[in-house]
Design a protein around this ligand. Structure first.
Ligand code: ARG
Length: 575
């Protein structure tokens, strides 16, 4: 156990058991960071009632049973236990983590099957910054779960089906396959859609053809499916350009779009109707999960078949749950989707539980993604108010990033690589460093700043450590200590480094990548304080101290680069 908070929790629990009996061993010791010590335990206050003793007395009793505590224990105030770890304990744990190939990250249990639904742009519309954020957050969660030894099944629930595809296919026939493919591959899906839509609204002949096409599409008629495939392939090639540019792990194998569920929808409805879970209301087939009311306290329907017989988003999503539980054998399903869909997701989960398709032991969660805003506080588009192509936006990030790299020693190709890493790192980190459900303002200047909680700051922090090793002619892999703590800045850094494993576990448990971002930022700041106070390579540094400090540098480098990698933020060698 290297995480200090967890190690202390265990220690205090043992003391509780020996002091008050085994039934107290699983009480939460309430270990929290403290102003007056490394940590404080607040358990004496919470147990005093149950034990019918004064909290201070309880605290003293616990302290007396802490045995060979590796540090100092103090009872203070009404009954706080102030816990300060010894430098030796911290140094020994840090050395342990440094030798551990997993860097203190340990799986919390047997591997689980985690299905993650993320990205999911719509083929009939533009892929926008909102999809960028679900893509980036979902990808970070996928990386973290894989690092913890879980089996991750990525599901890119593309919007690739439904009535708009009638007119999209007819428009493809009108302009010719080649022209359509070129336009879609270039990311002009929005313009394509708008032209088709305009014809649909004004040209009765086109309108009739488009409607007829929906019918052959629903029936999966081979000729229509061939055209649909051409449209989708070109669209997906554009999505893949965005994924490649971002360094996102999604591939074509992860595509499980709405179309995939087409053949299951009738059965989903029939089964729910037969079992009385769905009922016909005003001609539409609906589930009424309890607890949802609309206008005038009317029960709110979760509509799975419209009165015209058509299926919708809700029907498809019920099919996703059934498929993911029954076929993919998910232990946990994460739907990384905008906050605006909170009601849909909540009714979906409740309906699926009613149907028995989401058994108790399977966790299903809506990882809510907050909106990305422009400087005007409205949904982010562009300065001119028109929507911007994602690839152009990412290109702009790279161009601006090139100015952040001040050093002139790099040749053009190296510069370009670094600018790419910094630009993508800045954009991705901006999405990841704030809690996933809060809104934030898309601001190039802020995300590219070299100070503050930004991607470039952290990329620079790890690149700077690499340059220490280059200058010293030492391979970080060989800087393995021993570690000796001599300066408060060394102590603070080492203590922080011990918390990495616990943070990664917390990110997985709570789907909260911003916790990892905050931890990395604090770690980089602790490193800066260390580096300002504790020279490493200077001639007058004692060789043993130098060895120890190099080991701390190596551990920091590993924590920062592993952490950034788990977030999907590129880790440039130099900056
Ligand atoms: N395509 C949808 C949208 O852009 C997101 C789909 C999310 N996944 C899902 N299973 N509903 O809003």
């Amino acid at each position: 156990m290297t995480d200090p908070q967890l190690a202390l929790t265990e220690r205090v629990q043992q003391a509780l058991a020996t002091a008050f009996g085994a039934e107290y061993s699983d009480a939460d010791p309430l270990i929290r960071p403290s102003q007056f010590a490394d940590y404080q335990a607040n358990v004496a206050m919470s147990l005093s009632k149950r034990l019918r003793r004064a909290p201070r007395e309880v605290a003293q009793e616990i302290a007396a049973h802490l045995g060979d505590f590796p540090g100092t224990v103090e009872v203070s105030g009404p009954g706080f236990l102030n816990l300060t770890l010894s430098d030796e304990w911290i140094a020994a744990r840090a050395a342990e983590v440094l030798r551990d190939p997993r860097g203190g990250v340990t799986p919390s249990g047997p591997p689980q099957i985690i299905v993650i639904d993320y990205s999911a742009p719509n083929a009939a519309k533009e892929m926008h910054v909102g999809h960028l954020r679900t893509t980036i957050v979902g990808d970070a969660l996928a990386r973290v779960h894989e690092h913890l030894g879980n089996r991750v099944i990525r599901q890119n629930h593309l919007g690739d089906w439904g009535t708009p595809f009638g007119m999209l296919i007819e428009h493809l026939l009108d302009i010719g396959e080649e022209a359509a493919v070129a336009q879609l591959e270039a990311g002009e899906g929005n313009a394509y859609y708008q032209t088709a839509r305009a014809k649909f609204d004004t040209d009765p002949e086109f309108n009739r053809r488009a409607r007829a096409r929906v019918v052959t599409l629903q029936a999966e008629d081979p000729k229509t499916m061939r055209l649909w495939q051409i449209f989708m392939d070109a669209t997906v090639r554009y999505f893949n350009k965005v994924y490649t540019q971002l360094g996102v792990t999604l591939t074509n194998d992860d595509i499980a779009g709405e179309s995939m569920y087409n053949s299951m929808l009738a059965q989903v409805c029939d089964e729910l109707q037969e079992r009385g879970i769905a009922v016909v209301s005003d001609g539409a087939l609906c589930v009424f999960p309890p607890g949802y009311t609309g206008r005038e306290d009317q029960p709110l329907p979760f509509m799975i078949r419209k009165s015209d017989g058509g299926y919708g988003y809700a029907t498809t999503d019920l099919a996703t749950i059934r498929y993911r539980v029954q076929d993919l054998k998910a232990d946990r399903i994460l739907y990384v989707i905008g906050t605006t869909q909170a009601l849909h997701m909540s009714m979906l989960f409740d309906s699926a539980r009613m149907a028995g398709w989401l058994p108790e032991h399977v966790r299903a969660e809506h990882v809510q993604i907050g909106s990305v805003l422009g400087g005007d506080g409205k949904m982010f588009k562009t300065r001119s108010g028109k929507s911007i192509k994602l690839l152009d936006l990412l290109q702009e990030a790279e161009t601006r990033a090139a100015d952040v790299i001040r050093d002139s020693e790099y040749d053009d190709s190296e510069r370009e690589l670094i600018a790419h890493a910094v630009g993508m790192g800045a954009v991705k980190y901006a999405d990841l460093s704030v809690s996933h459900d809060s809104e934030y303002v898309f601001d190039f200047d802020r995300m590219l700043a070299l100070t503050g909680n930004t991607g470039p700051y952290l990329q620079y922090a790890q690149a700077r450590i690499r340059s220490i090793f280059r200058k010293g002619g030492v391979d970080p892999a060989e800087a393995d200590g021993p570690i000796v703590i001599g300066h408060p800045a060394e102590r603070a850094l080492a203590l922080r480094l011990l918390g990495f494993g616990a943070v990664v576990a917390e990110v997985a448990e709570n789907s909260a990548p911003h916790k990892l971002a905050a931890y990395l930022f604090d770690t980089a700041s602790a490193f800066t304080a260390f580096f300002e106070n504790c020279p490493v390579l200077r001639d007058d540094v004692d060789p043993a101290v130098r060895v120890s400090r190099l080991a701390l540098c190596a551990l920091t480098l590993r924590v920062l680069s592993t952490g950034l990698d788990l977030l999907g933020v590129p880790v440039p060698e130099r900056m």
